[in-house]
Write a protein that binds this ligand. Structure first.
Ligand SMILES: Nc1ncnc2c1ncn2[C@@H]1O[C@H](COP(=O)(O)OP(=O)(O)OP(=O)(O)O)[C@@H](O)[C@H]1O
Ligand SMILES: [Mg+2]
Length: 224
């Protein structure tokens, strides 16, 4: 279970502090799927980073199965992320010089898990198959379409079998058909893997496919 309690976030800028989130609380249990919507700049990515142990909140706590990643030292925090969190970034962040397959395998190279390399390879192939890219495994990101790159990013986020999958506008740059394919994929993966799924999206159609919907507006999170 993911519990976020009374989160706030402000950034110190040259013009003084800027408040992004105020008193945001959220509980997500295994098998839950949650959509987070809201206008550009309202703090959706920031919230996702905080929930994914990537950005320390200014106040409040985040716990995943009763462990607070922000109480860990840097190395343990990185290990915590590897073990628990899958992240699909807003701009996918694939490594351009690696093939699709090697991009999916990249997180296993820094993992402390004892998972054998052959097992990782099999799993990466299976995930690329699950996202419909069996015939594109050896393509580099520059040789893939936008939707295909997003799907590689989804496969990569799942390679270490996270308990939580955080997706930041996974269909943001896609045409309708590709967006539908990625949405379908997320819903079915969530079902298969029984993960906690949180998706930031501007698309009401995508949001409608998830169990719960929230709107982030004026620094607060409210059911939509
Ligand atoms: N390091 C930083 N220092 C100062 N302000 C920041 C910093 N990072 C983000 N912000 C500000 O925080 C606000 C929230 O940013 P965030 O990226 O979370 O928005 P968002 O809701 O994801 O927007 P979008 O829909 O455009 O992706 C923005 O106004 C942004 O300018
Ligand atoms: Mg964003």
């Amino acid at each position: 279970m993911l519990t976020a309690s009374h989160l706030s976030k402000h950034y110190d800028t040259a013009r003084g502090p800027v408040s992004i989130l105020e008193d945001v609380s959220l509980n997500v249990t295994r098998g839950d799927s949650v959509a987070i919507m809201g206008p550009s700049g309202c703090g959706k990515s920031t919230l996702l980073y905080i929930l994914g142990a990537l950005e320390r909140p200014s106040a409040g706590t985040v716990t995943l199965d009763d462990r607070n990643p922000y109480e860990l030292n840097e190395a343990d925090q990185a290990a915590f992320r590897n073990e628990h969190v899958g992240f699909v970034f807003q701009d996918h962040l694939l490594l351009p010089q690696l093939s699709a397959l090697d991009n999916v395998l990249a997180p296993t190279l820094v993992s402390r898990s004892t998972q054998a390399a052959t097992e990782s390879l099999e799993r990466a192939r299976a995930l690329l198959g699950a996202v419909g890219l069996s015939s594109r495994m050896d393509h580099r990101p520059g040789e893939l379409s936008g939707g295909e790159r997003q799907r590689v990013a989804v496969a990569r986020a799942l390679i270490l079998q996270p308990s939580i999958l955080l997706c930041d506008e996974p269909t943001g740059n896609l045409d309708r058909a590709s967006a539908d394919a990625v949405a379908e994929l997320l819903v079915s993966l969530q079902d298969d893997h029984k993960i906690m799924l949180l998706v930031v999206t501007h698309s009401p159609a995508l949001a409608a496919r998830f169990g719960r919907r929230y709107e982030l507006n004026d620094r607060a999170l409210a059911p939509a």
